[in-house]
Design a protein around this ligand. Structure first.
Ligand SMILES: Nc1nc2c(c(=O)[nH]1)N[C@H]1C(S)=C(S)[C@@H](COP(=O)(O)O)O[C@H]1N2
Ligand SMILES: [Mo]
Length: 198
């Protein structure tokens, strides 16, 4: 058209392409917890995977570390509309735990110390989820799920169960805490799957 007026090029109005739809950029790290923060000593900490047939494998803190951790650089997205870009974590890939059990399950329920639960398809966490115990080079704060939390960064952060204690593999899907309260069974921020049925 050939008509450009300063400040109306549209450039400044373009969404940041790193932010999923409806999200804003957060530079702090808000704490979102339903209920009190459990305090779990690493010496008492345990993590289990339980298959749909009841086969259980458990790891204490050292056995978890022995599986081998990796560094993860990722964006995170909370359903309350904040996203944090370029966060750094260290954790054990969830696949290393899943490899220890035989399963044909298609879903899982993450259970946390304190009673929080969240469900997701098993396919979603293969190769894309970690048991995270460091954030920005420091031990993970208790408020953020320390000593260790699930990190599933490509789904809304309510799927990243803080103080995670077990993964229960399930043949059929079932809703966790927020999912029973109307949140999505899947929760892909890029598809804006915030609520049940979206
Ligand atoms: N155990 C537990 N995990 C949880 C929650 C919770 O209340 N309890 N809140 C979820 C929600 S809604 C979000 S947005 C993130 C928040 O993580 P943060 O407090 O580290 O920001 O944790 C998720 N994991
Ligand atoms: Mo959240």
């Amino acid at each position: 058209m050939g008509i450009f007026s300063p400040g109306f090029s549209g450039r400044s109005r373009e969404r940041n392409p790193e932010l999923p739809p409806g999200q804003y950029l957060e530079t702090g790290f808000p704490v979102l917890t339903a209920g009190p923060t459990p305090r779990i000593d690493k010496r008492d900490w345990e993590f289990s995977v339980v298959s749909e047939t009841g086969e259980r494998r458990s790891w204490d803190w050292q056995a978890m570390l022995d599986l081998g951790a990796e560094d993860v650089a990722t964006d995170i997205h909370c359903v309350t509309a904040w996203s944090k870009l370029g966060t750094h974590w260290r954790g054990v890939p969830i696949d290393r735990f899943l490899d220890a059990v035989d399963t044909n399950a298609e879903y899982l329920m993450a259970h946390s110390y304190g009673g929080y639960t969240t469900n997701m398809p098993l396919e979603e966490i293969k190769g894309r989820a970690w048991l995270a115990y460091e954030f920005e080079g420091e031990d993970l704060d208790p408020e953020h799920g320390g000593p260790a939390r699930l990190l599933v960064p490509h789904l809304y952060l309510w799927k990243s169960a803080k103080w995670v204690n077990s993964l229960q593999l399930m043949a059929a899907d079932a809703p966790g805490f927020w999912e029973q309260n109307g949140y999505s069974m899947h929760g892909d921020p890029w598809l804006e799957e915030r609520y049940w049925g979206s």
